[in-house]
Write a protein that binds this ligand. Structure first.
Ligand code: HEC
Ligand code: HEC
Length: 213
């Protein structure tokens, strides 16, 4: 009786401490110094606070991004479901623990939007964002991206995203996203929506989002 309960206690303790060790290991896979070295590197392109950067082409804002979406995109670059040579090179060396650490780091940043888009279109853009375009079956963006465009889980935050980046992505959706027919992904959800917008509508909604805090 005594022995049994001792063995059981021991088994319980071993079980718990093994689980605790596994958890420690998951965390210590990336040290704070390693994570900082990596985020410093990301910020050379994505901006010192992850607010995005306008270079010869727009580098998207990562600040405040939903971690699940951010990790999904890094994985999509690695698997070439999303084509971008720069980000393939950046992402394919990252360990799973690092992907998680990066996603959490950028989620917690909250700089002001870079802005700079044409503000005269913003009111028309807000209407599209809130109401969609019933005539062409474009649903309100807010139903998936949230009323304040903060996103949730696999639905990205769009608030504060660079207007020229948003424009480029929406106009090129089918050439850049979902590029592996054998591995369909969430990009399929956005495809008909991106196709349902005219260039002027894309520019309007992008102008609205680019200045949104
Ligand atoms: C040399 C410049 C450069 C560096 C360094 C860089 N990126 Fe990028 N990143 C880009 C560009 C350019 C894009 C836009 C790609 C596109 O247009 O599809 C991008 C896109 C992304 C996206 C997709 C964003 C979205 O809204 O869909 C994520 C996520 C991302 N980068 C994360 C990172 C992380 C994390 C690091 C650091 C480990 C990093 N990047 C380092 C240039 C860079
Ligand atoms: C039915 C849900 C849904 C609706 C409605 C929707 N989206 Fe999306 N959107 C998504 C999902 C899911 C993704 C992420 C796709 C992925 O992971 O590849 C996305 C991604 C995006 C992206 C890419 C973000 C980035 O950082 O690269 C943009 C831009 C975007 N949506 C704009 C819009 C706009 C503008 C509208 C309204 C006209 C809209 N979306 C309506 C589901 C939706």
């Amino acid at each position: 009786m005594r022995i049994t309960s001792l063995v059981m206690t021991a088994a319980f303790v071993i079980g718990v401490s093994a689980a605790a060790r596994a958890e420690d290991k998951g965390k210590s896979d990336v040290s704070p110094a390693e994570l900082k070295a990596k985020t410093d590197y990301c910020k050379t392109c994505h901006g010192v606070s992850g607010q995005g950067f306008r270079g010869s082409f727009p580098m998207p804002r990562l600040a405040g991004q939903q971690p699940e979406y951010l990790q999904n995109q890094l994985q999509a670059f690695i698997e070439r479901r999303r084509t971008n040579p720069v980000m393939f090179n950046v992402a394919h060396v990252l360990s799973p623990a690092m992907l998680k650490g990066l996603a959490e780091h950028f989620r917690d940043l909250n700089p002001k939007p870079l802005g700079g888009g044409p503000r005269e279109f913003a009111a028309a853009g807000k209407k599209i964002y809130d109401e969609g375009i019933p005539a062409t079956n474009v649903p309100p963006c807010a139903t998936c991206h949230g009323p304040e465009a903060k996103g949730a889980d696999a639905f990205p935050r769009l608030a504060g995203q660079l207007n020229d980046y948003v424009t480029k992505k929406l106009l090129n959706w089918s050439k850049e996203r979902g590029q592996d027919p054998a591995k369909p992904d969430n990009s399929a959800i956005m495809e008909p929506i991106a196709h349902g917008l005219t260039e002027a509508q894309v520019q309007a909604v992008a102008a609205y989002l680019g200045n949104l805090e």
